[in-house]
Design a protein around this ligand. Structure first.
Ligand SMILES: *Cc1c(COP(=O)(O)O)cnc(C)c1O
Length: 385
């Protein structure tokens, strides 16, 4: 087992430039397989893919074409810049833009050829006005708030739409959607409460298709699938759902380089602010990855405290002292064979899933993914890459 890991690491090492401080390995075939597994689970509902924030940090340029080849026809992004990039990568896809129309941006949204998910009466008015001036019925998605109190039309806005129209009849409403607050917890009564509000409000709108579920919501069962589900995190191997395993596999590994290995004597300290002092002699490896590479500073460990971990040849080693911008220090005392400068250590991978790294850093796997180092070398596996 350990020999196999060592062979794997030296093969990976041979695939990256000698100067690379670390490597992010993204498996595009796995992302495609995850999408297919979720699509099969929700059929006959359609499975879209959320590719906002550069496909959760994994690289929209590579991920979007892989999803399209897998059969995905509908994408969700957050911002207009993301929408423009997605349109180039997926000319035939339906692309929804979750942030909607920022005041004054309707023209640019239309030019991008994407569908804004609108949440306010003033967005509807601006989009309807453009529809009129272009003698068109512009495609629109309506976001209904059902209790998250983030984006979405409130019940009173919907009453106002029913009474006054606000130009809605000049729009081509293609989707009515909402978003769940507690979908990761199947025991939360909030899920069913939100679904009931959706059942009451959605029919008041011109509805062709409906959607309420993201990665966790689609695990709550058929009642939550409606016509379309919108997973993001699960496509990228995320397992936030607390009610059982989602049918997806991890897609990303991160490995960083050892720069130096040194001895630290009792009474000496390691790192900024001297927060870690060993009681006995320790062997310490210095790794070329820090908070600028997505290793959160909350992974720091003071003597006797909690903190982050990495894996060295399959063996867990603790991060000691402060995480700094470009470096972490880890305790490799007793690890055989002795780690050496140039070796790679696992930051995310089979021993350290994104959820574990997230909980070590007192955050969630989502933030681990979207913070992944831009300075690391990237390798894309699979799908014509
Ligand atoms: C980000 C987002 C999603 C995807 O959520 P995941 O938990 O990553 O599946 C779906 N819908 C909306 C409105 C979102 O903001």
């Amino acid at each position: 087992m350990r020999g196999a890991i060592k062979a794997e690491m030296s093969e990976l090492n041979s695939q990256i430039p000698a100067h690379a401080t670390g490597v992010v390995v993204v498996d595009l075939d796995r992302i495609a397989a995850n999408w297919r597994a979720l699509a099969a689970l929700v059929r006959p509902a359609e499975c879209a893919a959320v590719v906002k924030a550069d496909a959760y940090g994994l690289g929209a340029t590579q991920v979007i074409p892989a999803l399209v080849r897998a059969g995905c026809r509908t994408l969700f992004v957050a911002t207009l810049d993301e929408a423009v990039a997605a349109r180039k990568l997926a000319p035939a896809a339906t692309i929804y833009m979750l942030d909607g129309i920022i005041k004054g941006a309707a023209g640019a949204v239309r030019e991008a050829g994407v569908i804004p998910v609108v949440s306010t009466l003033s967005e509807i008015a601006e989009w309807a006005e453009l529809s009129t001036s272009r003698k068109d019925r512009l495609p629109t998605a309506l976001h209904v708030d059902t209790g998250l109190n983030r984006l979405g039309l409130a019940a009173k806005d919907i009453q106002s739409l029913v009474m006054n129209g606000h130009g809605l009849d000049r729009l081509d409403v293609q989707l009515v959607m909402s978003h769940l607050a507690c979908a990761d917890d199947p025991g939360s009564p909030k899920n069913e409460q939100q679904r009931e509000v959706f059942e009451r409000l959605a029919p008041l709108l011109p509805t062709t298709a409906r959607s309420i579920a993201a990665s966790d919501g689609l695990m709550l069962g058929r009642d939550y699938h409606y016509d379309l589900v919108r997973p993001g995190y699960a496509l990228y191997g995320g397992q936030a759902f607390q009610g059982g395993a989602t049918p997806v596999e991890p897609v990303v590994e991160v490995h960083a380089r050892i720069l130096q290995v040194r001895d630290v004597a009792p009474g000496q300290t390691v790192g900024y602010s001297a927060t870690w002092t060993p009681d006995e002699p320790r062997r310490v490896a210095i790794i070329a990855a820090g908070y600028a590479d997505g290793l959160f500073r909350h992974l720091s460990r003071q003597s006797g405290g909690d903190g982050g971990r990495v894996a060295v040849g399959g063996v867990i080693a603790t991060i000691i002292g402060r995480v700094s911008m470009d470096l972490i220090t880890i305790d490799v005392t007793g690890i055989e064979p002795e780690p050496r400068p140039g070796d790679l250590v696992e930051v995310i991978g089979p021993n350290l899933p994104i959820e574990a790294v997230g909980s070590d850093a007192r955050t969630i796997g989502y933030e681990v993914l979207t913070s992944l180092g831009r300075r690391f070398h990237r390798i894309y596996r699979g799908a014509e890459s």
